[in-house]
Design a protein. Structure first.
Length: 368
């Protein structure tokens, strides 16, 4: 923190179902002396994938509505005659499908040189035509979701080698919300977060919590031209009204530890079965011999962390977040921070491997 890697952080370690380390460091924001608290909420960025999308996708597998060998053309008829039609669910979840890593959807709606929003897309007031809130007093046109899906449909494909991509999670979200006729947030609260006691986990946290318990994320210089505080940092997720399959979730370390413990318990928590154990096992295992990815989960650190078992899995997030579970040792590690609060270009937390070095220290503490 003295070297400006991040203003603050929440760290939790749990072993054999018990929290053995729970510490909070620093402040919420680089320009504030407001002390960080254990229950403050962070934008967890891509950790959303394994804490929001993946549990819902697992339920779809459990119900027989999705399976690994299905194609995107089968789960989304709009993709049937596109170059995405034959891509398999397994390939997409393991980032092995050739999907582009990212599309800057927002660039079509803003002058990125001065962050001036094009009025064809935005309104200062919420109405039927502009229902989705991007940030305070800025609402985006309802048809933007159709535009996003169309951009994904028309995007080029690369080779079927490992390349991390957000795009598949838009498609899974569209399918699952269509199946249930409910938003991701409503579904997750009903099926997972409330029953797990994750009362401080939500999309669009300003709708539920005071701003002073939500950690400011970063100053957005290219899109919203303001400090992002209480809204999702990811531009694509913001254009989806803050609720997206790849990003947008806010939580704290303790809540995320509960979800990861449910995974470690093979789908059970508090006497209730949330997901069947065989489904969790399928998602947690390595999907292809040529990459270190599970289905949604990242297993890259299995090779670089001394002592980590081949069963271990987790995920990181752009804002400076990480979740990790190792079934062999009944171990959970949660690291939350807002390193982009220093600046969006600040990469010290990653380049100095802070999250990984802490994880290594955890293994070193209990392994011979």
């Amino acid at each position: 923190m003295r070297k400006n890697y991040t203003p603050g952080m929440q760290i939790i370690v749990a072993k054999q179902g018990k929290v053995i380390y729970d510490q909070v460091f620093g402040v919420q924001d680089k320009n504030s002396k407001k002390e960080l608290k254990w229950d403050d909420l962070y934008d967890v960025a891509s950790v959303t994938k394994v804490t929001a999308s993946i549990p819902l996708i697992m339920k779809e597998f459990e119900a027989g509505k999705l399976h690994f060998n299905q194609t995107l053309g089968e789960i989304d008829s709009d993709l049937l005659h596109s170059n995405k039609s034959s891509l398999k669910v397994r390939e997409v979840l393991a980032h092995q499908s050739g999907l582009a890593p990212w599309i800057g959807f927002y660039k079509e709606t803003v002058n990125v040189k001065n962050a001036r929003l094009y009025l064809d897309f935005y309104s200062r007031t919420q109405d039927e035509e502009h229902p989705y809130r991007v940030t305070d007093n800025i609402y985006i046109i309802k048809s933007i979701k159709d535009s996003i899906y169309e951009d994904i449909k028309l995007s080029p494909l690369g080779k079927k080698t490992y390349e991390y991509s957000d795009l598949g999670y838009y498609i899974f979200q569209k399918r699952i919300e269509g199946d249930y006729k409910m938003s991701y947030n409503e579904l997750l609260q009903e099926k997972f977060y409330r029953p797990l006691g994750m009362y401080r986990t939500t999309y669009n946290p300003k709708e539920k919590f005071d701003l002073d318990v939500i950690v400011p994320t970063a100053y957005d210089k290219t899109y919203r031209n303001q400090l992002i505080h209480g809204y999702v940092h990811d531009q694509g997720a913001a254009m989806m009204g803050g609720i997206a399959g790849h990003a947008g979730l806010f939580s704290n370390a303790m809540d995320l530890a509960k979800l990861m413990q449910m995974y470690l318990n093979k789908g059970k928590y508090g006497g209730r079965e949330f997901i069947k154990s065989d489904v969790i096992n399928q998602f947690a295992e390595k999907q292809y011999p040529t990459s270190n990815r599970g289905a949604g989960f990242d297993k890259t650190l299995v090779k670089s962390i001394r002592g980590a078992s081949t069963e271990a899995y987790g995920h990181t997030g752009f804002t400076g977040t990480m979740v990790w579970a190792d079934p062999k040792y009944d171990l959970i590690y949660i690291f939350l921070s807002n390193r982009v609060n220093i600046s969006e270009e600040n990469n010290l937390l990653s380049s100095k491997k802070v999250r990984e070095n802490i994880l290594q220290a955890i293994y070193d503490a209990f392994l011979p």
